[in-house]
Every structure is written in structure tokens, then in C-alpha cells.
Design a binder for this molecule. Structure first.
Ligand code: PEP
Ligand code: MG
Length: 544
């Protein structure tokens, strides 16, 4: 067995035989010509043929990988019409009296080198697109067909690199996996592989290419980026099991998509997702979450060297709200402090930061920061259904103060004619024992509660969540925690508020029944747990 390592770009396992991708690379030779006009005409004819081919590839991609991913072939068609690219070909033919193939080949080298030298990884990846369209043009000039594989069975395609058009042109039904010696994870080939749901590994290196042959037996682990050629029995058994588990998991995912979160006796619950960055929205949609129950806005502060501006925040919140298309999005105001330290906040060093100036305590003492965030949130509210949630609440006076500040921010915006939605919901996190115990007094002040079981556990059990040594003492199912949640649920409902759980405990399926019986209205969990929790909800019968 030989193991090669590359970068997995789509997590799945493939087991099967290898087919080495054969490309009929036309060896371009420099030929002196006399009839330049005829050569330019050849270029025009080849361009027309290449465009026709790209249109067919675009149509195939549209069906297989969707509009967004097919768009690259529209870009290729546009690149073929690019003035600089065409002028270069024309100039070389006219100035050097050479054949069209040679002029295209030199232009391709020049342009792709220019892109490859750019700092931005997006533009670097475009070098491959230039080569792709140029090779197509040369093939059309020489009447060559593009590459192929020799096999009829489903195979693992191995290549030096695959151009986007080559990737899409392959018959998806015959491809088990892609493995390339080179390539970048930013390339469209990688993106297409991901969207075709085909395990793919890139960058396994030149050695792999030299030794791999048609018919070799191999395993591709797209999760780890490993390729096992001629695997031993142990590896085969281990990876076969991993493949089966993965298929079962994905099947569960597929089967449950679009289904309701409803128990056998008809009780419904919302299952939302927790995110920490705008980039996580894809996972939220993929896993069919009904909304976002906790957007930890800290990332905006943590990834900046200075306070994020109102505009920066507005753009981020707007993007999340628009992407969720009217589904509820609960954005939590900043929860800096304790384990999330940000230098430019210049917070004093504290003996016990978890019980120090963190979260809402910063917002109430540094209201300029708070008001900037609230303005950005209210401005974004017109783009969807927004809920604003405040962390680390311990008292009624805090909540009253928060609501006063919210009123004052909205009043300013009214005067300035800045629109905001009237249906913004306001809620608080129940993550201190104090908040749970006085939840009867807090509930009338808000629209919802969201239980932060991570902090509620640490503060109730006096167990530092940052200290791994304390883990043996942490009983996440501790009766004290469950009683506090139940108390908060009863008080919320008494006063017309709804209650969710956004701490990690929300995804603990051994407690789903307990939470439903308490009357919890929403569970907000990591995107990858949404369907697992849905599965559990749909198995429960609360009438028994
Ligand atoms: C929690 O405390 O349970 C929670 C959801 O907030 P965080 O983990 O961000 O403190
Ligand atoms: Mg918390």
C-alpha cells in the first residue's frame, strides 16, 4: 500500500479502480506562414467552434451544478472575446508571420503567467481558466477532441490537473472521485467537484502521477485528503466502514430535508442554527435550518484591529438577513470579555474575567460601542425578520436600561429618517442562575428568552468552562440546570414570551424529549446537528 496526501475538497469516500485522464495535448509547433489573413480567419472559425462547445458545456453544467457554478463557462466565453487576449493573438500572427496555434499558445503563456503572479488567490486561480480556453482554441484549430477516460465502469479519475470544462464534461455517472497532482482549492475545478458531490483531492504531488496507472485499486478519503493505492486489508475494512457511515449520514440528511420538526403526536418545534460568521450561512441552508437562533456577532470584533464601523456591521447583518429570506435571524449583541479578549477594547486585567466586565456589562458601560451596534442592527432589520438578543443578563434594571437605549437609538433614527422594521423582536439570554430565577420578572420586558446552557452550566455548577481539568465535575444533565430551564420556560409562557435553547445542550438528543415536555419552543444548534435533532423530534411521542 502506498499513501499519498493532498487536500480534500469534498468530504466523501470512494473505493475503486483508477483511470488516468488522457488529454490530447496538441504539441504546438511554430510554423512560418505567408497568408496572415487566412490565419486570422482560422482563429475566428476556431473561436466560433470553441464558443459553441462552451455553450454546450454551460448547458450541461447548468443542469448538473446549477447556475452559479455554470457561470464560469459564461466567463470563458467572455474571455474568448476579450480584446486584449484577441489583440495579442492577432499581433503575434501579424508581427511574426506565425501559425495561429503558436500565437494562441504564446498568448496563453503570457496571460496565465500574469494572473499567476498576482497577489490575490482568486486571480491566481484564473490562470487555469486562461489555459483552459486557450487549449480549447488550439484543439479547435487542430481539430483535436478534448481529453477522455478509457473506462466504462465507475472510476477514480487521476490527472495532473483538471480544467473546469474537463471536470464538467466528464460523465458524472462514471466518476467515483477526482484526484489531481496539482490544483488549488480555490479553483473552479475544486468548486465544481464540491457541487457535483464527488469526493475530490487536489495537490497530491508529481510522484503520484508518475506511479499511478490505469486499473490500480485505490481508496480516496476526501475528508482527510489521503489516497491509498493498493490498500491493505485493515485500511480497506476501516475505510469501507467510514464510507458506509458517511453514506448513512448523508441519506439521513437527504431524507429529512424539507420535513417538519414534528413529534408523532403532532407537537411542532423550531430547529434553528447557531453561526459565528457570515460564511456559515451556506451550512445553515444546506442543513435546512428554519432560521438562525444565535448569530454570535463577536466575530466582527474579533477579526478586526479596531472597532467595526456601523457600516461594516450593517453590511454583515444585512447579508445574513437577506440570505435567510424572511426566516427569523437572532443576532446577539457583542459578547466580548472572559475567554473572548480583544486588545483594542483595552479591558483591565481581571482576576475572574468570566465574572467580570463582559458582554452586556461592557455595552452598558461603553454605550458608544453598544449604540453603534444597535443602529447597524436596526438599519439591517428592514431586510428580513430580525431578533436582537442580549447576553449575560442578571437583573431587571439591566434589561430596563437596555430597552431604554434601544428606544433612544430608534428615536434618533426616526428623526434622521432612517428606516427600520417595526417587528424586531427583543430577547435576552438566560445564562446566569439569577436570570432564570427572576425569569418571572424578566419575561414581561422581552419577546423571548434563549437559554445559554454553556454559561448557565458554568455559573450554576461553579465549573469554569475553560478548565479541562474540571470536566469530571461537570454534569450537563444536572437537576439544578434542568430545573432552571423549566422555570424559565414556565415564566416565559406565562407572560407571552417564547423560549429557545442556544447552548450546546440544545443538540443533546437524549434531552430533546425533556425540552419538548418543558415547552421549549426552539432549539438552536450547530448547522450539522439540525437534521439529527429533527430526526429525534420526529421519533418522539409526547402523548405517552
Ligand atoms: C452559552 O453560553 O450557552 C452560549 C450560547 O453563549 P456562548 O457559548 O457564546 O457563551
Ligand atoms: Mg454564553
Amino acid at each position: 500500500m502506498i499513501t499519498y496526501n493532498g487536500k480534500g475538497v469534498y468530504g466523501a469516500i470512494a473505493i475503486g479502480h483508477v483511470s488516468v485522464y488522457k488529454r490530447q495535448d496538441a504539441a504546438v509547433t511554430r510554423i512560418e506562414i505567408t497568408d496572415k489573413e487566412a490565419e486570422l480567419k482560422r482563429v475566428e472559425d476556431a473561436k466560433a467552434k470553441a464558443t459553441e462547445q462552451l455553450q454546450a458545456i454551460y448547458d450541461k453544467a447548468l443542469k448538473e451544478v446549477g447556475e452559479e457554478n455554470a457561470a464560469i463557462f459564461e466567463v470563458h466565453m467572455m474571455m474568448l472575446e476579450d480584446d486584449d487576449y484577441n489583440d495579442s493573438i492577432k499581433n503575434i500572427i501579424e508581427a511574426e508571420s506565425v501559425n495561429a496555434e503558436y500565437a494562441v499558445s504564446i498568448t496563453s503563456d503570457n496571460f496565465s503567467e500574469m494572473f499567476a503572479a498576482m497577489d490575490d488567490s482568486y486571480f491566481q486561480a484564473r490562470a487555469a481558466d486562461i489555459k483552459d480556453i486557450s487549449n480549447r482554441l488550439i484543439a479547435c484549430l487542430s481539430n483535436n477532441d478534448s481529453g477522455s477516460t478509457s473506462s466504462d465502469e465507475k472510476v477514480i479519475i487521476c490527472a495532473d490537473d483538471l480544467a473546469p470544462s474537463e471536470t464538467v464534461s466528464l460523465d458524472k455517472e462514471k466518476v467515483l472521485a477526482f484526484v489531481t497532482a496539482f490544483g488549488s482549492s480555490n479553483s473552479h475545478t475544486a468548486i465544481l467537484a464540491r457541487n457535483m458531490n464527488i469526493p475530490a483531492i487536489i495537490g497530491v504531488g508529481e510522484e503520484f502521477l508518475k506511479s499511478i496507472k490505469d486499473g490500480d485499486f485505490a481508496i480516496v478519503d476526501g475528508f482527510t485528503g489521503e489516497v491509498f493505492v493498493d490498500p491493505d486489508e485493515d485500511t480497506l475494512a476501516k475505510l469501507t466502514k467510514k464510507q458506509q457511515d458517511d453514506i448513512a449520514k448523508k441519506k439521513l440528511l437527504q431524507d429529512l430535508k424539507g420535513k417538519e420538526n414534528i413529534t408523532l403526536d403532532g407537537k411542532k418545534i423550531d430547529i434553528f442554527a447557531n453561526i459565528g460568521s457570515v460564511d456559515n450561512i451556506g451550512a445553515v441552508l444546506l442543513n435546512d435550518a428554519g432560521g438562525i437562533g444565535l448569530f454570535r456577532s463577536e466575530f466582527l470584533y474579533l477579526e478586526n484591529d479596531d472597532y467595526p464601523t456601523e457600516e461594516q456591521q450593517f453590511e454583515a447583518y444585512k447579508k445574513v438577513l437577506e440570505s435567510m429570506a424572511g426566516k427569523k435571524v437572532i443576532i446577539r449583541t457583542l459578547d466580548i470579555g472572559a475567554d473572548k479578549q480583544v486588545g483594542y477594547f483595552n479591558l483591565d486585567k481581571e482576576e475572574n474575567p468570566a465574572m467580570g466586565i463582559r458582554a452586556i456589562r461592557i455595552c452598558l458601560t461603553r454605550q458608544d460601542i453598544f449604540r453603534t451596534q444597535l443602529r447597524a442592527l436596526y438599519r439591517a432589520s428592514v431586510y428580513g425578520h430580525l431578533g436582537i438578543m442580549f447576553p449575560m443578563i442578571t437583573s431587571v434594571s439591566e434589561v430596563k436600561k437596555i430597552m431604554e437605549i434601544c428606544d433612544s437609538v430608534r428615536a434618533d433614527m426616526r428623526v434622521q429618517d432612517i428606516p427600520f422594521a417595526e417587528n424586531v423582536e427583543h430577547g435576552i439570554m438566560i445564562e446566569t442562575p439569577a436570570a432564570a430565577i427572576i425569569s418571572d420578572q424578566l419575561a414581561p420586558l422581552v419577546n423571548f428568552f434563549s437559554v445559554g446552557t454553556n454559561d448557565l452550566t458554568q455559573y450554576t455548577l461553579a465549573c469554569d468552562r475553560q478548565n479541562p481539568k474540571i470536566e469530571p465535575f461537570v454534569d450537563t444533565h444536572h437537576e439544578a440546570i434542568l430545573r432552571l430551564i423549566k422555570m424559565a420556560a414556565e415564566n416565559a409562557h406565562k407572560h407571552g414570551a417564547w423560549i429557545g435553547i442556544c447552548g450546546e445542550l440544545g443538540a443533546d438528543t437524549t434531552l430533546t424529549e425533556t425540552f419538548l415536555r418543558m415547552g421549549i419552543d426552539e432549539l438552536s444548534v450547530s448547522p450539522s446537528f439540525v437534521l439529527k435533532v429533527r430526526d429525534q423530534v420526529r421519533k418522539l411521542d409526547l402523548s405517552k
